[in-house]
Design a protein around this ligand. Structure first.
Ligand SMILES: Nc1ncnc2c1ncn2[C@@H]1O[C@H](COP(=O)(O)OP(=O)(O)OP(=O)(O)O)[C@@H](O)[C@H]1O
Ligand SMILES: Nc1ncnc2c1ncn2[C@@H]1O[C@H](COP(=O)(O)OP(=O)(O)OP(=O)(O)O)[C@@H](O)[C@H]1O
Length: 490
């Protein structure tokens, strides 16, 4: 008998409900048991569609017509109940928030094994083991709604691991994770691989993940256009670059500023929740400056942005003394601050108010066409923002923020889940807007983006900004890991 493969697909065709054209067409694809495969491709190319067909999310949770043959460990995910599939394939979705069902972390982790009615001791030991693997033992009693983005991503991965699945599908597993955490996740990939777990990884950070995979697949415009072993990849680099995939590239000279302008935002912020102090820091952003706010998961970056914006709920106590262009803003309600500060939250789907991309962007901009072009949204302009790929959705949200042209924009992880092509266009756009007098405070873990486009970096640790300097200085200081190609450049 032929051994059962991890994945066998032929003549697959996926057409989302409400669309006439298929979003994915794959003639043949096979992945052996134990193999690990990296899926590359530009935003909107069909990567998530591919993995969601394999784990059954499509069509069980997202409606689409799925034609052709699909076998995952010999089973057709369309005909296999989700709870049976989840023993075969554990999935970490791109948007961790979509995968959280419980208020308390411990319950979230226990959820799957409880559903399978494992004995009590077994549940406990699985929960303990998984929480250790992903490093969340200190968060077990916390409310999931108070976790930082990176903490949330770890919890979701932990809950996937409690079922000890035969294979893993990881859609951007490191997108919200700080550089140290990314290294930890990557070493997890190594141990999964050694443990014989088959894996499909969707990830834009090609060179970081490459050591842990056997094969690389490129998806372009809904088709698999390249399927090569890791060893064969180097000769395809040109090709990948043309497809908009991030490959290590030589440094280009970009216009950076030594911002000496006057402060646009300045002051002190303290945020606590009960007795726990989450943020206690001074901050300054100058006129015409792109500042990156970096630091480990849970350092307090998002909390600081929310405090500046005035949108923390009553679980938090805020004491702030903040001026914007010498005007005290700390007592102003958020909608007044919104006149001169714009804000892109980490989870942005709640922002959408219109039914088409076009209307959404028109709603807040006087030059929607330019933004639609800039963020390559032309093909999806008539679509409902909520039906887009993750990267596309984030770009719609960004376009609607940037259309408003406030003096200061607070962007929480605008680059996560974006291919390099789109991160670069965003960087270039921010630099253009900076010339027109806008300042940016950008929370990000993306050191390549920072290296290329940011004027200054502030590093946050345990609620305090402990360092401020140029990207070069910060990388030298080793407070933040430099981009991979940085070493070779000096
Ligand atoms: N109500 C609360 N009670 C206790 N701790 C809280 C509460 N709300 C937030 N925290 C903690 O405050 C810390 C700061 O969270 P924040 O979201 O600002 O982090 P971050 O720096 O943006 O992280 P990430 O890079 O993961 O997005 C986190 O450890 C978070 O778990
Ligand atoms: N629920 C849906 N309904 C309709 N169309 C969808 C839906 N989800 C995705 N699409 C469309 O299918 C195409 C492929 O999307 P997919 O999410 O697979 O891309 P992706 O390569 O994962 O992108 P990203 O890197 O931005 O996450 C896109 O054009 C998208 O607009």
């Amino acid at each position: 008998m032929r051994p059962v493969k991890f994945v066998e697909v032929s003549n697959l065709r996926v057409t989302y409900l409400g669309r006439t054209r298929p979003s994915l067409e794959v003639e043949e694809l096979a992945i052996d048991e134990g193999e690990s495969v990296l899926v590359l491709g530009k935003s909107g190319s069909g990567k998530s569609t591919l993995v969601n067909v394999l784990n059954g999310v499509i069509p069980h949770m997202i409606s689409a017509r799925v034609e052709g043959e699909i076998r995952v460990f010999g089973k057709d995910p369309r005909k296999t109940p989700v709870h049976e599939m989840s023993h075969l394939v554990g999935t970490l979705l791109q948007d961790p928030e979509a995968q959280i069902f419980h208020h308390i972390v411990r319950d979230e982790l226990a959820f799957a094994p409880e559903n399978y009615c494992f004995p009590r001791v077994e549940i406990l030991s699985r929960v303990n083991e998984a929480s250790k693997i992903v490093g969340v033992t200190h968060l077990m009693e916390r409310e999931t709604s108070t976790l930082s983005g990176g903490e949330l991503q770890r919890v979701v991965l932990g809950s996937v691991l409690t079922l000890k699945p035969k294979s893993l599908i990881l859609d951007e597993p490191t997108s919200n994770i700080d550089p140290d955490g990314t290294a930890e996740i990557l070493s997890l990939l190594r141990s999964f691989k050694e443990g014989g777990i088959s894996m499909i990884i969707v990830e834009h950070k090609l060179e970081r993940v490459l050591p842990y995979v056997d094969r690389v697949i490129l998806v372009e415009d809904g088709r698999v256009t390249l399927n090569v072993t890791r060893e064969e990849l180097p000769k395809e680099m040109e090709r990948l670059m043309r497809a908009g995939v991030e490959v290590p590239e030589v440094r280009r000279t970009v216009s950076k500023r030594n911002a000496t302008g006057r402060a646009i935002l300045k002051g002190k912020v303290k945020v606590s929740s009960g007795r726990k102090v989450l943020v206690d820091t001074e901050i300054e952003v100058r006129e015409r400056e792109i500042v990156a706010l970096m630091g480990k998961n849970g350092a307090g970056k998002t909390t600081l942005l929310k405090a500046i914006m005035g949108i923390l709920d009553n679980r938090y106590q805020v004491v702030a003394h903040l001026t914007m262009m010498d005007k005290e803003i700390s007592k102003m309600p958020y909608y007044v601050r919104g006149r001169f500060i714009s804000y892109l939250p980490q989870s942005f789907d709640v922002m959408f108010v219109k039914r088409t991309v076009e209307d959404e962007i028109k709603f807040s901009s006087d030059d929607p066409e330019q933004l639609i072009r800039l963020f390559s949204l032309d093909k999806v302009r008539k679509d409902d923002p909520l039906t887009l790929s993750f990267g596309q959705r984030r770009r719609v949200a960004l376009a609607s923020i940037l259309g408003r042209r406030q003096r200061l924009a607070l962007l929480d992880e605008p680059t996560s889940g974006q291919d390099w092509f789109h991160r670069r266009s965003l960087g270039e756009e921010l630099q253009k807007m900076r010339e027109n007098g806008v300042s940016f405070l950008v929370v990000t873990h993306d050191s390549r983006f920072v290296d290329r486009f940011c004027d200054r970096v502030m590093v946050m640790r345990e609620g305090k900004i402990i360092y401020s300097g140029s990207p070069e200085q910060v990388f030298e200081s080793r407070l933040v890991m430099p981009p991979v190609e940085y070493e070779g450049r000096k």
